[in-house]
Design a protein around this ligand. Structure first.
Ligand SMILES: Cc1ncc(COP(=O)(O)O)c(C=O)c1O
Length: 426
């Protein structure tokens, strides 16, 4: 398909390209396995000499169509779906890092990713240094070591809502000969395309706005194809030296710009197996078909709710990058001129118990461990998603203990504000 088509068209028509007599709607290939006529045909697939399907853990036509749509939306050369956003971030890093390696990462990231990198990756021998993303280029550069293999950040940090200065991060990463990996979950490619600002790899928790209806946990990794792995061949032997598990094939030689994403699929997914179910990929595709309609509505509603909260004297502070008073307003205007997302962080005057009482009194807005779907929902990260973090780690992650995360949906905004108003009154 012509990838120069506009995002709205790609949302609806990208990915699945039916041929004569094929179903118009993306079919669910609910099959683990695929048939061949000769043993040799199958052997060629195993040797990566020919492309084709043989086992759904490696590739499946439904998943591939959805991955192709996401790649087109982000402007990348290829993408891979994973079973969750956690798997996407793990694979994105593990594809180029091994025991003994090091990564630099923004400290204001989702709590689950913070744990994955700070605790679990450490057990695998990969060390991560967390840096304050608003620090100067010199300060961030000081965290790099000879064995550093990547720089990582979130376009919009969950739940702190800080905006990543992608160009600055890309400059720092490239000056150290490593790729910039950006988790673009909250912005989605409708509001920001990190590759256009120098990012090399993009990840997603598709569980959020991409699915948009809270039906499926899922993730995606997208490769820009822009990072020159061969220019830093010693740093990235997994891509630039023969892979014994594929008869000595070298990914950069065999696949060029597709080296990174092919290795992620052919080697990591083969060995670790966190594949997205084709049924979930189908549902994700339905969500993607309206992403371009939903994101502007999330942003419009959130802007109004944020302005209303800011003007309310029971509210201590509001953090929404669309507010002119916001620290990240300028960065948000630069990277996301059409809006950021529907997530607002705010704190009430009073104590932690007041925040909890406010949430308990909401009627239409529900308390759920989720964010970024069509229904407005609310969460207190210090008591829920981030409860494993110490107060110090919470502050480092940009999460004040009184922070309430409000994920504004696509309902009528007056109903959302009315619910907040009555809960505050109580
Ligand atoms: C920015 C971000 N990245 C990754 C994840 C992890 O995704 P998942 O829950 O799909 O594993 C989340 C989950 O909230 C997230 O908000």
């Amino acid at each position: 398909m012509n990838n120069s088509l506009k995002p709205e068209t790609l949302c609806v028509q990208g990915g699945w390209q039916p041929k004569k007599g094929d179903p118009r709607v993306l079919p669910i290939y609910q099959s683990t396995t695929f048939k061949y006529d000769t043993s040799e045909q199958m052997a060629k697939l195993f040797d990566l000499e020919e492309s084709g399907y043989f086992y759904t853990r490696l590739q499946n036509p439904t998943n591939d169509a959805v991955a192709a749509k996401i790649a087109a939306l982000e402007g990348g050369v290829g993408a891979m779906l994973t079973s969750s956003g956690q798997a996407a971030n793990f694979y994105a890093v593990f594809n180029i890092c091994q025991a003994g390696d090091h990564m630099v990462c923004s400290s204001t990231i989702y709590g689950g990713t913070f744990n994955l990198f700070g605790v679990t990756m450490k057990k695998l021998g990969i060390e991560v240094t967390f840096i304050e993303p608003d620090a100067s280029e010199e300060e961030i550069s000081a965290a790099f070591r000879p064995n550093t293999k990547a720089l990582f950040g979130e376009t919009l940090a969950n739940p702190g809502m800080s905006v990543l200065d992608i160009e600055k991060f890309a400059r720092i990463a490239h000056s150290h000969g490593v790729p910039l990996i950006v988790d673009n979950t909250f912005a989605t490619p409708i509001n920001c395309r990190p590759f256009e600002w120098g990012a090399d790899i993009v990840t997603h928790s598709t569980t959020k706005y991409m699915d948009g209806h809270a039906t499926c946990v899922g993730g995606a990794i997208v490769d820009s194809g822009n990072f020159d792995w061969d220019a830093y061949a010693d740093k990235f032997p997994g891509l630039t030296q023969p892979d014994e598990s594929y008869h000595g094939l070298t990914y950069t030689k065999a696949f060029g710009k597709m080296a990174y994403i092919t290795k992620a699929t052919a080697q990591l997914m083969r060995d670790l197996g966190s594949i997205q179910a084709p049924m979930n990929a189908f549902l994700l595709n339905l969500g993607l078909e309206t992403l371009h309609l939903r994101m502007p509505q999330h942003c419009k509603n959130a802007q109004q709710v944020a302005e209303w909260l800011e003007a309310n004297n029971q509210v201590a502070w509001v953090n929404y990058p669309g507010l002119k008073s916001n620290k990240y307003y300028e960065l948000a205007q630069k990277y996301m001129p059409n809006g950021t997302c529907g997530v607002i962080a705010f704190g009430l005057k009073g104590n932690r118990e007041d925040a909890i009482r406010f949430m308990d009194n909401l009627k239409m807005i529900c308390i759920v461990t989720h964010v970024a779907d069509a229904r407005t929902c609310v969460l207190h990260p210090a008591s829920h998603t981030h409860r494993q973090l110490t107060d110090e780690q919470l502050m480092e992650a940009g999460v004040a203990p009184d922070l309430i995360r409000l994920s504004v949906g696509i309902e009528n905004v007056n109903d959302i504000i009315t619910d907040i108003k009555q809960a505050l009154a109580k």
